[in-house]
Each structure stands twice: as C-alpha cells, then as structure tokens.
Write a protein of this length. Structure first.
Length: 94
C-alpha cells in the first residue's frame, strides 16, 4: 500500500485536511490556490453568498473552462489531421 500525506489547505478561511500521495502534494497546493482565488473572486462580486454555494460556483466555472479547453484541443487535433490529409493528397497529386 502506498504512503499518503495529510495536507492542510485553506479555502475562504476554513481549513481542510486532505490525504494526498507525496508526489502530488505540490499539485494539490496549486489546485487549492487556484480554487481559493476563484472563490475569493466570486465572494467579492457579492452575487453569491455562503461558502458552499461559492465553492459550487467556482467548481462549475473551473469545470466549464476544462471542458472548453478539451474541446479546443480536440478541434486542434482534428484540424491538424485534416491538414496532414490535405498535404498528403497534394503531394500525391503533384
């Protein structure tokens, strides 16, 4: 069984203890910092109140951005494949 570290992160002044693989601790801290920034931005807007609701909104925003990035990546891969096909067809014709 692999060793896990207990890591404490803070989000909007609340502490959360999270179990993490030793090699993932840095990424966990980076993720927590990003989430903290997003939650602070939402809290500062004054449109959403309550830590839980703020956390849900931040998570939805981050999930939306992830899906957009994945879609763009898939589109880029498709464009590259089409470009290769066109280049191959032109080379074969010439």
């Amino acid at each position: 069984m692999s060793q896990r570290d207990s890591v404490v992160i803070q989000l909007l002044g609340r502490e959360y203890r999270i179990a993490s693989q030793p090699d993932e601790v840095n990424m966990l801290h980076q993720s927590a910092n990003l989430l903290q920034q997003r939650m602070q931005t939402i809290e500062a807007s004054g449109k959403v109140t309550g830590t839980e609701r703020i956390a849900v909104m931040a998570a939805l925003n981050l999930a939306h951005e992830l899906l957009q990035a994945q879609t763009l990546s898939s589109a880029d891969e498709r464009i590259q494949a089409l470009n290769t096909n066109v280049t191959n067809a032109l080379n074969h014709t010439l």
